[in-house]
Design a protein around this ligand. Structure first.
Ligand code: RIB
Ligand code: CA
Length: 307
């Protein structure tokens, strides 16, 4: 079993990634750290606790609140309520959870778990990388003790989704992404290069209506809302992208994707390309970039596990 920490900014695809991780016996989820991104950090924590409830998980799962702003201290990107709904979960109306987050901080939790299980912890970061960058800055020793970081973020060979050049998780805190990329930790980048191909189609979600449970209602509500939001931007897509679930999928079965080692930089200048992830020609490869994906095999696997 792979020990993992999920680092999330719980919107809809984060919720799907959490469901996928807990429904996959290959993974042992040590805890979930939260931060700003799709929603505020407080909302991401609230949403994460609600998702654990609707998943029907009875045991205690550590949820630890983290960054409420980027390393620079100034928010560049607003919340993504136009994609994830006012509450970040497609306005699904889940009741507040009775679960409580731990009283420690996300960065401290990451440091302590990595030290407790040296070379065994994989971090799956599907929001801005602020918590991980903070952990690295606080205790640089962890760089040699983390097994791997799988980041959902970036767009190395394709256009961005929040600007023509930048992907949302990187754009929200490019300094943090740069700290992580340059740290020396083995990083696998699951960017828009591959995630935009992983469509969850409208027809598939409509077939779920025969199944009746609180969990299935939740899945349908969030996926319909997410597909609707995607439709507004591009009516030809016919579905929504499984960004964050793919980062989980790559840990469960690395053969879903093909990676290429590259030196990847993050544009920190204040121009149009701010937050862009790009290949540094002739640089030393620091990242395994996912450039190819077996879409059908991954989407079927995700659906079998999550529904
Ligand atoms: O660009 C897609 C990413 O941004 C996903 O992680 C989504 O949840 C948002 O955080
Ligand atoms: Ca996310």
């Amino acid at each position: 079993m792979e020990h993992v920490i999920l680092d999330v900014d719980t919107g809809i695809d984060d919720a799907l990634a959490i469901a996928y991780a807990f429904r996959s016996s290959e993974l042992n989820v040590l805890g979930i750290t939260t931060g700003f991104g799709n929603v505020s950090e407080k909302e991401a924590t609230r949403n994460t606790l609600q998702v654990l409830d609707v998943l029907g998980l009875e045991h205690e799962i550590p949820v630890i609140a983290g960054a409420d702003k980027p390393l620079s201290g100034v928010h560049i990107k607003g919340k993504s309520t136009h994609i994830h709904g006012e509450d970040g979960l497609g306005n699904c109306g889940l009741p507040l959870s009775k679960r409580r987050p731990l009283s420690t901080e996300a960065a401290n939790f990451i440091i302590s778990k990595v030290k407790e299980l040296p070379h065994q912890v994989t971090l799956i970061a599907v929001g801005p990388q602020t918590n991980l960058a903070t952990a690295i800055k606080k205790d640089p020793e962890i760089v040699n003790l983390v097994k791997r970081v799988v980041v959902m973020g970036g767009a190395v060979t394709v256009p961005g989704n929040v600007t023509p050049n930048a992907e949302a998780n990187i754009y929200a805190d490019p300094e943090a992404a740069s700290v992580v990329f340059e740290s020396g930790i083995p990083v696998t980048l699951v960017g828009l290069d591959v995630t935009m191909q992983t469509l969850l189609r409208n027809e598939v979600v409509n077939e779920w209506s025969s199944v009746k449970s609180a969990y299935s209602d939740f899945l349908q509500t969030i996926c319909n809302s997410y597909i609707g939001a995607y439709h507004q931007f591009d009516s030809s897509l016919g579905g929504c992208a499984l960004h964050d679930p793919l980062a989980v999928g790559v840990v469960i079965d690395p053969s879903f994707v093909k990676t290429v080692p590259m030196c990847v930089g993050v544009d920190l200048g204040k121009g149009d390309t701010f937050g862009k992830t790009y290949e540094v020609q002739q640089g030393k490869a620091n990242i395994e970039v996912c450039l190819d994906i077996d879409v059908d095999r991954f989407v079927s696997h995700f659906l079998q596990r999550v529904i």
